[in-house]
Design a protein around this ligand. Sequence first.
Ligand code: MG
Length: 256
Amino acid sequence: MVTIKSKKEIELMRKVCKIVALTYQELEKHIKPGITTYELDQIAEKTMRSLGAIPAEKGYNPGIKGVPKFPASICVSINDEVIHGIPSKHRVLKEGDIVSIDTVALKEGFNGDAARTFIVGETTKENKRLVEVTKQAFFEGIKYAISGNRIGDVCHTIGEFVRSHGFSVVKEFQGHGIGKAMHEDPGIPNYGKAGRGIRLEPGMTLAIEPMVIQGKSNILQLEDGWTIVTEDGSMSAHYENTILITEKEPEILTIL
Ligand code: MG
């Protein structure tokens, strides 16, 4: 069921999403060669808690047999890792890496979700283009996140934009509604047909998140039960914000 948030609930969504934005502002300062992904996780958790939120990914149980609870406050996925990488004291960022971080804050019963891909120092032209296209795919998609349009209009736009730049979208994972639950209806794939799916209405809050691969779209899951990597070893980037559907243009809640 797709939930329509009340005025009061929208205020709570704005609050928690601002904390996610502030967490990225803090994380960005520390994206440098030499830092471990564990240290980034600690910084994110400390920031969220200092602002009165709980890192919702920590202890998250996907409810799939054999998959352990997620052990950290952020997902950190480097280079060919697409999403759901687990922070580690042994994983050190190095010059040229592209680092995708995805995190969710929970406060007063509501969740805010966003992802960013950071470049460590300098990287290749092609990696930079991947990161830029992934981010721009989000902004192209939300041009259609207008009351009265259908969700397929957004999905189709993202998929076509990515394809037009010679990259692939991940098919197995998708964006989602968000609110009291981290994942609510509708599912929002990064591809699809225009004019299909639910009709957008003011008060819907949606996490829209292009996951893009330089090479083929095929992915694999590592034995840790979480980390998703590209099958062909090519680079991947991720960009996500929680948005609010309004009477006019969508409001991006996880950007300051
Ligand atoms: Mg997310």
